[in-house]
Design a protein around this ligand. Structure first.
Ligand code: ADP
Length: 408
């Protein structure tokens, strides 16, 4: 067995998973939270047991060292895990990166230079990269970008209709996010259909706390709902998705809101939470069941936006072989799936109620056999996708001389 340690370094957290890229098994996983706070926590899960520590975590370096100590005390023993790479999730690869790359100092500098486009994420990734490279100097590090799958968007899809010189100077265009998930899920969907990816047109709906839709033609992304940042598009747990850009102007001019206030409003106090007070669909359904009108409206707004995107992407693709649901909501919420695709029989899209009601961790078809578009639920697995991309990139080198890999 060989493994890849997948790291997702956020501003105050580090998520990690030790993955066997061949079997897909998550051998161990965990999360360090509230880094830099008075109260930190680390949860480490191995062999079905979760160990929790509540100690302050001074910085990312201390966090990762504490994780290594947990690997040593609780297991699995990393020395025996045949770790062939560390895979890092990076949110913003800008117009620079169109696929995974082996990390060197230049790559780190480029990720850092893209920070103005992802001020919350890229600086945190850079810290995580630095710390992880220090702690694992003999293993190649690979970064996988959330934006890379969407580097194939046509110019007409990624260009905002604003002054072209301003847009160029400031990198203002649509990049798309959740790309690792859309890529993995669309490839899996083609596999489940028993068809080659190049023969399948699909609409992928990644509905988690963050949510995004993509149109994938023959394995190539041609449209996606997130833009310059992960704020554009669908209604999300706490993010507004699309609003008239003049809402920002209006609030700053007339409501005494600063740039940071507007940022906070649209990213953290909007979406389902802003409308109903709840951002988790399970709680939202419970509220609706009690007759809560705000919660009912929140669901309708969410579904209305989702259906608009499905219709738009149908027109973008012309022929849709599959509509694929994934992520927390897409994989678990049968009501959202059924309502999102209701009354589309004339387009060949329908849901079979019994199939839709099945709860499973497996990829599955939920449309009736007569439907010309296959509707599917395909669980996403970004960690596995990152691990596999890392191995695909460094696989050959690993066999040669591991000591030199960091400088490829
Ligand atoms: P993230 O974007 O944080 O990775 P996930 O893809 O894990 O999010 O999705 C989390 C969301 O999935 C929750 O906020 C909740 O709305 C939804 N969810 C999770 N489990 C269920 C469930 N059993 N039924 C309905 N919704 C669920």
């Amino acid at each position: 067995m060989s493994t890849v340690l997948v790291i997702n370094s956020g501003s105050s957290s580090i998520k990690y998973q030790l993955v066997d890229p061949t079997s897909g098994e998550a051998v161990a996983s965990g999360i360090v939270e509230r880094i830099g706070d008075d109260e930190g926590s680390i949860k480490h899960t191995y062999a079905g047991r979760t160990t929790t520590q509540h100690d302050p975590v001074a910085d990312h370096g201390a966090g990762l060292r504490a994780v290594l100590a947990l690997f040593a005390s609780v297991g699995p023993d990393l020395a025996q895990a045949h770790m062939v790479a560390v895979g890092h999730r990076v949110v913003q690869g800008g117009s620079v990166f169109d696929g995974p790359v082996v990390v060197d100092d230049d790559v780190v500098a480029q990720i850092d230079a893209l920070s103005p486009l992802a001020p919350l994420h890229n600086p945190a990734h850079v810290i995580g990269l630095r710390v992880a490279r220090e702690l694992f100097p003999d293993v190649p590090h690979v970064v996988v970008f959330d934006t890379a799958f969407f580097r194939t968007l046509p110019e007409a899809a990624y260009t905002y209709a604003i002054d072209a010189a301003v847009a160029r100077e400031h990198g203002v265009r649509r990049y798309g996010f959740h790309g690792t998930s859309h890529q993995y899920v669309s490839a899996r969907a083609a596999e489940v259909l028993g068809r080659r990816p190049q023969d399948v047109n699909q609409i992928v709906l990644h509905l988690g706390n963050g949510a995004s839709a993509s149109a994938v033609r023959g394995g190539v992304a041609v449209e996606t709902s997130m833009g310059l940042t992960p704020l554009e598009g669908l209604v999300m747990g706490t993010r507004s998705g699309d609003v008239d850009p003049a809402v920002l102007i209006h609030l700053q001019r007339n409501a005494g809101m600063s740039v940071d206030d507007v940022d906070d409003l649209l990213n953290r106090r909007s979406g389902l939470k802003g409308l109903s007070g709840e951002n988790d669909f399970r709680a939202l359904h419970e509220l609706i069941a009690t007759g809560d009108a705000d919660a009912a409206l929140a669901l309708e707004v969410y579904l209305h936006r989702l259906r608009k995107y499905i219709g738009a992407y149908y027109a973008v693709l012309g022929r849709v072989d599959a509509v694929v649901f994934t992520a927390g909501v897409g994989e678990n919420d049968a009501t959202v799936r059924a309502r999102a695709l209701e009354s589309l029989e004339t387009l060949g899209i329908a849901i079979d109620d019994d199939r839709n009601a099945v709860r499973s961790h497996e990829a599955r078809v939920i449309s009736p056999d007569w439907a010309t578009t296959t509707v599917m639920v395909v669980p996403t697995n970004e960690e596995l996708a990152i691990a596999r991309q890392a191995v695909a990139l460094v696989g050959d080198e690993v066999d040669d001389d591991p000591a030199e890999l960091g400088h490829a």
